[in-house]
Design a protein around this ligand. Structure first.
Ligand SMILES: *[C@@H]1O[C@H](CO)[C@@H](O)[C@H](O)[C@H]1NC(C)=O
Ligand SMILES: *[C@@H]1O[C@H](CO)[C@@H](O)[C@H](O)[C@H]1NC(C)=O
Ligand SMILES: *[C@@H]1O[C@H](CO)[C@@H](O)[C@H](O)[C@H]1NC(C)=O
Ligand SMILES: *[C@@H]1O[C@H](CO)[C@@H](O)[C@H](O)[C@H]1NC(C)=O
Ligand SMILES: *[C@@H]1O[C@H](CO)[C@@H](O)[C@H](O)[C@H]1NC(C)=O
Ligand SMILES: *[C@@H]1O[C@H](CO)[C@@H](O)[C@H](O)[C@H]1NC(C)=O
Ligand SMILES: *[C@@H]1O[C@H](CO)[C@@H](O)[C@H](O)[C@H]1NC(C)=O
Length: 907
C-alpha cells in the first residue's frame, strides 16, 4: 500500500484534485440552492449556557469543580455558575430559536443534573428530567427538531474522583447506564443522538494538556490522551448497540458521534512529504476516532513512535478482535465540527492567514476528504462559527462574512463534489461561557448581556443574515446587494446581460505594437532545384505549397485577423504623431505613415470593427521635446495642427477620437516641483483646442465624437469611518482624475481642493503658486470639451491622511495623502498592480456622481503577468471579475457605461 494512502484511505487525493485551482477560482462565489430537506440549526452545550450549577440536587461536574478550584488557570476567574442562565430562561432561548425559524436545535444534557454522582443509584433527579422534558417538548411544539448530545465534557465529578473518569475503562458501564436512561426517557421524542462531542478536544486538552486550563485538568499528553480516547470509543460503540438493539425499532431515530478537525493544507501540495504530513495530522485528529468507528474498527496505522522514544511498552491501548467488530459501523452519520484550517509541513504547522482563522475553502476540502476516506457517509455539520474577543458589537460583519462564505463552500461540496451533507448547525445560538476563555470570547448569533441579571439576548446582524439564508436555502439577491460598500456582498458574482448597444473593444498603442513586418527570403534552389529555367523547369510543387502556407500563416496572424477573431466591435489604437509629421510640425508629411493608418482603418472597417483612435499616447516627436516638449506652450498649436490633419485625413471613417491617453501618467512620471503643473496646463489647453477645432470644422459633417482618456487608481479610505481618511481619498481622486476631469467636465478650472493645496504649499515654501491659472476665456473654452468620459482603471489603493507640508515640493506631496496596498489583494506582476475588482465599481460610481452622470467608456483594463504561457488563467479570472464589477455599476448602480475595452490586444 502507498505510504500516504495507508493511514486513512483515499482522502489523500483531495490535494491532487485542487492542485491547479488558483486562489481566484477557489474563492469564487457559488450560486445555487440547498436541497429542499436540508437541515438548518444552531447549537449550544449544557455547561456553557445552563448555569444553575447546584440547584435541586444537581451534582458537581468536572467543569464546576475545575472552575471553582483552579481559578488561576482561567481567564478572569470566570465560571459557568450562571452563564446564560438557560436553566431559568429557556423560554428566552426558545423565543430566539423560533425567531431564527430553523429546523433543528442541538444542545447537550448535563449528566450530573440527572445523576448527581453519575450513577443510576443517585437519580434520576426529578428536576433534571422535568427541565429536559420541558426543553424537548417546547422545541417539538415549535416544530424544531431536538438534537441531543449526551456528553459535552461536563462529567460528574464523582466519577472523575473515583477512578479518573475516562482515563479508566471502569467508566464505561456508568456511561452506558446514563445513555440507556436517556434513550428510554427522551428517545420517544428525540430522533438525533450524539454520544460524544469532540472527543479529540476533550482528550487532548482535558487528559493531555489539561494543566493549561481545561477540565479535568490532567497532564498526560503521551499516554493519558490515548487511554481517555480508548474508553470513549468503547463507550460510544456500546451505546450505539444499545440504541440499535433496544430502541431503534420503536423510536426510529439515529445515533452517531460528533468529531472535530481543522482542515490541514500541505504547505506545498505537490510535495509528497508535505501531503504525508497532512495525512498524518488528519489521522491523529479525525482518524483516531473515525477509523475505528467508520472503517476498520481499529486505530489508523501511523507507525510506532514509542520505538523512536525508546519506550518499551505500548502507550496506545489495543482493541481485541471482538471489540474491533463492535466498533465498526457504529455511527449513522458523520457529525462534524469545524472552524479553521492550518498549513502543514513535516514536524510543524502554521496557522493560515492571520488571527481570525477565517478560511472558508478549508471546509469544502475537508468534506471531500471525509467523503473519500470514510465511505461517503451522511454528514451533519454540527458546529461551525467564529468568535470575537472582547467585542460587544451587534454589527458583526465578521460573522456574517464567515457564515456566508463557509456555507457557500458547503454548498459547493454538495453541488460540485457530491458530498452527502444533510444539515448545517451554527455555533452558537448565543454568546456563552467559552471554556478557558470565559466570557471574553463571543461566538453567538445573539449577544448576551452578562452583567444583566436577566441575561438579555439581543440578535446580532449575523442572526438576521443566517435566518434569511437558512429560511430560503439560497443566497437571495436582496441579501447580496444590501449596499455597494458592504464587504459581505462586495465580491459576489452577478449574472446579467450588458445592453445590445454595449461596445466591446481591444486596444494597443502605436509605440508598443507598430513593428509588424516579417522579412524572410525564398530559397531559389528549393523552388527550382536545377535552377535551369531556360529548360522550362516547373517549380517544385511542395516548395510552392510551403511558401504559400507561410504567407497564409502570416496573414492569419496579422493584427486585424486577431481582432476579427475576438469578435469585438471596437479596436482602439493610437496614431504616432512622428509617423505623420516626422518633426512634429506641418513642415513635412510622411505619406508612408498616412498610408499605413489609412490601410489599418480600412481593414478594420472591412471586418466591421469601429476604429477608436488615440491621437497622443505618449510618443511625442523628439524634435518637439528638444524645444521643451509639453512644457513649451507652443505645443498647444502644434497639437492642434497635427490633430486637424488627422480629422481631415481619417475623420470620414473615424468616428471616435481620443485626444490624450492618461495625461496624468505622462505629467507625473519623473518630474517633481512645478513641471507637472505646467505640462498639465498645456495638455488641457491642447485638448480643448483640438476639441473646438473638431467641433467647429468636422463634427457636423463627420458626425463623430471626441474626448480624453483619463486614469486613476481607485482610492479606498483606510478607515471609512474616519472623516480625515475619507477626505484624503477624495483628495487623491481629485488630484489625479479631477486634475483633468474637473476643468473638462465642470467649470474649466482645477478642483478647488487642488488649488487650495498647491497654493498653500507654494506659499509655505515662499514661492509663487506652482499651479498655473486659466484665464476666464480659457475656462470657457475648456469647459464641456468631452462627448464622453473615457477611463482607464487597473487597481486600487488604501489612502490615509498624512501631513507632507515639510516634504520636498512635488505633485504627489502636495496632496497630503499616504497610500498603501489593499490587504489581501492578489499582486499581479507589475508592482503597481494589485487585483481589486470591486475598486472598478466604486471608481465608476464615484465619477458618475462627481461629473453629473456622464456616458462612460472603459478604454483600458487588464492585468500584467511575467509568465510566458498562453494558459493565462489569471487573466481570465481578472477579466471575469472586473467586467462583472462593471456590470454591477451599469445594472445595479445606474452608471451610464456604454463600452469596455481590454488592454491589450497582444503583449
Ligand atoms: C483569580 O483568583 C485568584 C485566586 O483567588 C487570585 O489570586 C487572582 O488575582 C484572580 N484573578 C483575577 C483576574 O481576578
Ligand atoms: C490513568 O491510567 C493510567 C493507567 O491505568 C494510570 O497509570 C494513571 O495514573 C491514570 N491517570 C489518572 C490521572 O488517573
Ligand atoms: C512499538 O514499539 C515498542 C518498543 O519497541 C514495542 O514495545 C511495541 O510493542 C510496539 N508497538 C506496536 C503496536 O508495534
Ligand atoms: C534511543 O536510544 C538510542 C540508543 O541508546 C539513542 O541513541 C537515542 O538517542 C535514543 N532516542 C531518544 C529519542 O532518546
Ligand atoms: C443495527 O441493527 C440492525 C437490525 O438488528 C442490524 O442489522 C445492524 O447490523 C445493526 N448495526 C450494527 C452496526 O451493528
Ligand atoms: C446590560 O445590563 C446592565 C444591567 O441591567 C445594563 O446596565 C446595561 O445597560 C446593559 N447593557 C446593554 C448594552 O444593554
Ligand atoms: C518653445 O518653442 C518655440 C518654437 O515653437 C521656441 O522658439 C522656444 O525657444 C521654445 N521655448 C523653449 C523654452 O524652449
Amino acid at each position: 500500500c502507498n505510504k500516504i494512502a495507508c493511514y486513512t484511505g483515499n482522502g489523500y487525493d483531495v490535494w491532487e484534485k485542487f492542485v491547479r485551482q488558483n486562489a481566484f477560482e477557489r474563492d469564487e462565489f457559488y450560486h445555487g440552492e440547498f436541497p429542499k430537506k436540508f437541515g438548518w440549526g444552531t447549537a449550544t452545550a449544557a455547561y456553557q449556557i445552563e448555569g444553575a450549577w447546584n440547584v435541586e440536587g444537581k451534582g458537581e461536574s468536572t467543569w464546576d469543580h475545575y472552575t471553582h478550584n483552579a481559578p488561576c488557570r482561567l481567564l478572569y476567574n470566570q465560571t459557568g455558575d450562571v452563564a446564560c442562565d438557560s436553566y431559568h430562561n429557556f423560554d428566552d432561548d426558545l423565543a430566539i430559536i423560533k425567531e431564527l425559524g430553523l429546523s433543528h436545535y442541538r444542545f447537550s444534557l448535563s449528566w450530573s443534573r440527572l445523576f448527581p454522582d453519575g450513577k443510576l443509584t443517585s437519580g434520576p433527579l426529578p428536576d433534571g428530567v422535568r427541565y429536559y422534558n420541558d426543553v424537548i417538548n417546547k422545541l417539538i411544539a415549535a416544530n424544531v427538531e431536538p438534537m441531543v448530545t449526551l456528553f459535552h465534557w461536563d462529567l460528574p465529578q464523582a466519577l472523575q474522583d473515583e477512578f479518573g473518569g475516562f482515563n479508566s475503562s471502569e467508566i464505561i458501564p456508568y456511561y452506558l447506564d446514563y445513555a440507556d436512561f436517556c434513550f428510554r426517557t427522551f428517545g420517544g421524542r428525540v430522533k438525533y443522538w450524539f454520544t460524544f462531542n469532540e472527543p479529540y478536544v476533550y482528550c487532548t486538552l482535558g487528559h493531555g494538556y489539561g494543566v493549561a486550563a481545561f477540565a479535568p485538568g490532567h497532564y498526560s499528553p503521551g499516554e493519558g490522551v490515548y487511554y481517555a480516547a480508548h474508553s470513549i470509543i468503547k463507550s460510544h460503540a456500546q451505546a450505539y448497540h444499545i440504541y440499535n438493539n433496544t430502541y431503534r425499532e420503536s423510536q426510529k431515530g439515529q445515533i452517531g458521534i460528533t468529531l472535530n478537525t481543522n482542515w490541514v493544507e500541505p504547505m506545498t501540495t505537490t510535495d509528497l512529504d508535505h501531503i504525508e504530513a497532512s495525512q498524518r495530522s488528519l489521522a491523529f485528529s479525525t482518524g483516531w476516532f473515525a477509523e475505528p468507528i467508520f472503517n476498520s474498527g481499529d486505530y489508523p496505522d501511523v507507525g510506532n513512535r514509542s520505538e523512536y522514544y525508546n519506550i518499551t511498552y505500548d502507550r496506545l491501548p489495543k482493541f481485541t478482535e471482538e471489540e474491533k467488530e463492535l466498533n465498526k459501523g457504529t455511527s449513522d452519520f458523520f457529525g462534524l465540527n469545524h472552524y479553521t484550517s492550518n498549513l502543514i509541513v513535516p514536524c510543524s504547522y502554521y496557522p493560515e492567514e492571520g488571527p481570525t482563522y477565517d478560511i472558508p475553502w478549508g471546509i469544502r476540502k475537508l468534506l471531500i476528504w471525509i467523503k473519500r476516506t470514510y465511505g461517503d457517509p451522511v454528514i451533519y455539520i454540527t458546529e461551525n462559527g467564529i468568535s470575537e474577543h472582547h467585542s460587544d458589537g451587534l454589527d458583526d460583519d465578521i460573522r456574517v462574512n464567515y457564515y456566508k462564505n463557509y456555507i457557500n463552500e458547503v454548498l459547493k461540496a454538495i453541488k460540485e463534489d457530491d458530498v452527502n451533507v444533510k444539515g448545517y448547525t451554527a455555533w452558537s445560538l448565543m454568546d456563552n461561557f467559552e471554556w478557558a476563555e470565559g466570557y471574553s470570547e463571543r461566538f453567538g448569533l445573539h449577544w448576551v448581556n452578562f452583567t444583566d441579571p436577566e441575561r438579555t439576548r439581543i440578535p446580532k446582524k449575523s442572526a438576521s443574515y443566517y435566518r434569511s439564508l437558512a429560511g430560503s436555502g439560497t443566497y437571495q439577491l436582496n441579501q447580496i446587494f444590501i449596499s455597494c460598500r458592504s464587504e459581505t456582498d462586495r465580491d459576489d458574482f452577478i449574472f446579467g446581460l450588458f445592453p445590445d448597444s454595449f461596445l466591446w473593444g481591444a486596444s494597443s498603442s502605436a509605440y508598443q505594437v507598430e513593428v509588424s513586418q516579417y522579412r524572410f527570403s525564398l530559397s531559389w534552389s528549393r523552388l527550382f532545384p536545377t535552377g535551369n529555367l531556360m529548360e522550362n523547369e516547373v517549380a517544385n510543387v511542395e516548395a510552392v505549397a510551403y511558401y504559400n502556407h507561410v504567407l497564409d500563416e502570416l496573414e492569419a496572424r496579422e493584427d486585424v485577423n486577431l481582432i476579427k477573431m475576438l469578435g469585438v466591435q471596437q479596436y482602439r489604437f493610437s496614431i504616432s504623431w512622428s509617423r505623420i509629421f516626422p518633426d512634429g510640425t506641418t513642415s513635412y508629411v510622411n505619406q508612408g505613415g498616412v498610408d499605413y493608418y489609412n490601410s489599418l482603418i480600412d481593414s478594420l472597417l472591412k471586418i466591421g470593427v469601429e476604429p477608436v483612435v488615440t491621437l497622443y499616447h505618449w510618443d511625442l516627436p523628439q524634435a518637439l521635446e528638444d524645444i521643451g516638449g509639453l512644457l513649451n506652450e507652443t505645443v498647444v498649436d502644434r497639437f492642434n495642427e497635427y490633430t486637424d490633419f488627422c480629422f481631415k485625413t481619417f475623420g470620414n471613417r473615424v468616428k471616435f477620437w481620443i485626444t490624450f491617453n492618461e495625461p496624468y501618467v505622462i505629467t507625473w512620471l519623473g518630474s517633481p516641483g512645478e513641471a507637472p503643473y505646467q505640462a498639465t496646463h498645456n495638455i488641457i489647453k491642447a485638448h480643448a483646442k483640438a476639441y473646438r477645432t473638431y467641433e467647429k470644422f468636422y463634427k457636423g459633417k463627420q458626425g463623430g465624437r471626441i474626448g480624453m482618456t483619463m486614469s486613476t487608481e481607485w482610492a479606498e479610505p483606510k478607515d471609512p469611518n474616519n472623516p480625515s481618511d475619507v477626505e484624503a481619498a477624495d483628495r487623491f481622486l481629485q488630484s489625479i482624475l479631477g486634475w483633468f476631469a474637473h476643468p473638462i467636465f465642470k467649470n474649466g478650472d482645477y478642483p478647488e481642493v487642488v488649488k487650495k493645496q498647491v497654493n498653500e504649499r507654494s506659499q509655505l515654501q515662499g514661492t509663487p503658486s506652482r499651479l498655473p491659472v486659466f484665464t476666464d476665456a480659457e475656462k470657457v473654452e475648456i469647459a464641456g470639451t468631452a462627448d464622453f468620459f473615457a477611463i482607464n482603471g487597473y487597481t486600487s489603493r488604501l489612502v490615509t491622511y498624512q501631513d507632507k507640508s515639510t516634504w520636498p515640493p512635488s505633485y504627489e506631496n502636495d496632496r497630503d495623502t499616504h497610500e498603501e496596498p489593499i490587504p489581501g489583494a492578489i499582486q499581479a506582476t507589475p508592482d503597481w498592480l494589485q487585483i481589486v475588482p470591486w475598486g472598478m465599481r466604486r471608481l465608476l460610481n464615484w465619477l458618475d456622481r462627481e461629473y453629473g452622470h456622464p456616458t462612460v467608456y472603459i478604454t483600458e483594463n487588464g492585468v500584467g503577468t511575467s509568465d510566458a504561457t498562453v494558459d493565462d488563467q489569471i487573466r481570465v479570472n481578472f477579466y471575469k471579475a472586473y467586467i462583472n464589477e462593471a456590470l454591477k455599476a451599469q445594472q445595479l448602480d445606474g452608471v451610464d457605461l456604454q463600452g469596455y475595452t481590454a488592454w491589450s490586444l497582444m503583449d
